[in-house]
Design a protein around this ligand. Structure first.
Ligand code: ADP
Length: 457
């Protein structure tokens, strides 16, 4: 081949390589001829340049990657710090929420004395009782919240009469202190779409909890006007569903805050709160989602808010006959019934004894499981109240021995741990039923009547 032609081809090759490098391909190299001529020197120079450019580019790419990683890291640190800040704010608020009712309990207990003026004793006792209930609500909220967070909240589904639930919520709310004291807010009768009963396969206790929570909020953030709640049946993507709502004419929520209020911790810091632990709506959201629905709010500042949530009708739901009819335990007299109590905490024991004695129950007490077993050798009660956490012989060991000895009387376990797994363990161990502390007089008496009633059938 003519030298000129060969040179032309080599120059064209060089141009092609330069073009490729221009497009970011640094893997190309020029072949050298054995002639060691001027074009070879040029090719060698170009190859070296391509190598240099290649490594500079690799460094740049690496740098870009590092930059990106740094940005992600900074974001992660920001998120962690934000979360830490919110948790700290949450704890501070929680501490405040717990101290407030405690302050009343301790303060007013000190004021209780026989020289109080007429009516004062009742007033102070009422304050102490209400503060206790408030404290219990906080503990329940924290427990629910942490169970929801760890996916451990159990649901107890049953075919539930929705209109009846609405009515029960209405009655509870009508008795609320705020409503009784206010003449500027009206709670409207529940708005229901159908006059005949409809049944929903859901957890009725949790449904009531969501409604009560939303109504409490509506009351809390409304000075005057009305609070209304109800439901309607809607067609959804997955079939018919029931859409509940709670509406108020209160302060309203700005667009920017509407999403955040359902988030855990967020609201605690961002909103100036009159009262409340900031967990209510995140618990509502968690419960609604667990029950298969969704929750949202529509609101205008200074005009009011309307919270909605949906629950799906399951196959068994629809209109029909309930699976279980709630039992009416009536108020038949417990007088003359014999109850043994095993409880190591003296205050709790005295309380239980007092509650039962005022009902005319014959009571015998034991401070641990072993002493209870001794009592049982001499006498047989109609029912046993058994604490679980006791010295010498705990509740589990005691119930095991009771059942092993062939005694079949009802045993109600009472414990301060309100965890669902404990409930099933207690029942599996042989107890008839379960009540968690703090024990409310009404609940205890109703449970005793229920258990004794069943037993006598
Ligand atoms: P808490 O009521 O204990 O603060 P929630 O989670 O129930 O906690 O509510 C979070 C926040 O959402 C409230 O602090 C309040 O700012 C806002 N909010 C909730 N319900 C209403 C309502 N009906 N009207 C106006 N603001 C509300």
């Amino acid at each position: 081949m003519m030298k000129k032609k060969r040179d032309k081809i080599r120059i064209e090759e060089m141009i092609e390589v330069i073009m490729k490098v221009g497009q970011g391909d640094f893997s190309v190299q020029l072949e050298l001829s054995e002639k060691d001529d001027l074009l070879d020197s040029l090719a060698m120079g170009l190859n070296m340049m391509i190598d240099d450019l290649g490594s500079t580019h690799a460094v740049e790419v690496q740098n870009e990657k590092f930059k990106q990683i740094n940005i992600e890291l900074e974001k992660a640190i920001d998120r962690a710090q934000e979360s830490e800040r919110l948790k700290t704010a949450f704890l501070a608020n929680m501490s405040h929420e717990i101290r407030t009712p405690l302050n009343s309990i301790l303060g007013f207990s000190e004021l209780l004395s026989p020289d109080l003026e007429e009516g004062q004793f009742e007033d102070y006792s009422e304050i102490i009782r209400n503060s206790g209930i408030q404290l219990l609500q906080i503990i329940d909220d924290i427990l629910d919240f942490s169970k929801l967070e760890s996916n451990q909240l159990p649901l107890f589904f049953s075919l539930s009469n929705v209109n009846k639930i609405m009515q029960e919520v209405y009655i509870t709310q009508k008795q609320s202190k705020k409503l009784r004291q206010s003449n500027t807010i009206q709670l409207k009768e529940p708005q229901i779409e159908l006059s005949n009963d409809i049944y929903l396969k859901t957890d009725p206790v949790r449904l009531k909890q969501i409604l009560n929570n939303l109504i409490n909020n509506a009351m809390k953030f409304t000075k005057e006007g009305f609070v209304e709640f109800g439901y309607s049946i809607k067609a959804g993507a997955g079939g018919e569903m029931i859409e509940f709502y709670v509406k108020d004419t209160g302060i309203g929520i700005s667009d920017t805050k509407q999403k955040a209020i359902f988030e855990r911790f967020i609201q605690v810091e961002s909103f100036s709160m009159k009262e409340g632990n900031g967990l209510g709506l995140s618990i509502c959201k968690g419960l609604v989602e667990l029950l298969g629905g969704s929750i949202w709010v529509e609101s205008n500042v200074d005009e009011g808010s309307c919270f909605y949530f949906t629950l799906p009708f399951s196959d068994q739901g629809e209109m029909g006959v309930p699976e279980q009819v709630e039992q009416d335990n009536g108020k038949w007299s417990l007088s003359g019934s014999k109850v043994f109590i095993a409880e190591d905490n003296l205050n709790s024991l005295i309380y239980l004894e007092e509650v039962l004695l005022t009902e005319g129950v014959v009571v015998k007490t034991a401070l641990d499981g072993q002493s209870l077993l001794e009592l049982l050798k001499k006498d047989t009660p109609d029912l046993i109240l058994l604490d679980i956490n006791m010295p010498v012989k705990n509740g589990y060991e005691t119930i095991a021995e009771i059942r092993k000895s062939g005694l079949t009387m009802p045993v109600i376990a009472q414990t301060a741990y309100a965890m669902p797994e404990e409930r099933s363990m207690i029942l599996a161990a042989g107890c008839t039923d379960y009540i968690s502390k703090p024990i409310q007089r009404k609940k205890l008496l109703s449970l005793i009547r229920e258990v004794l009633g069943k037993n006598s059938k």
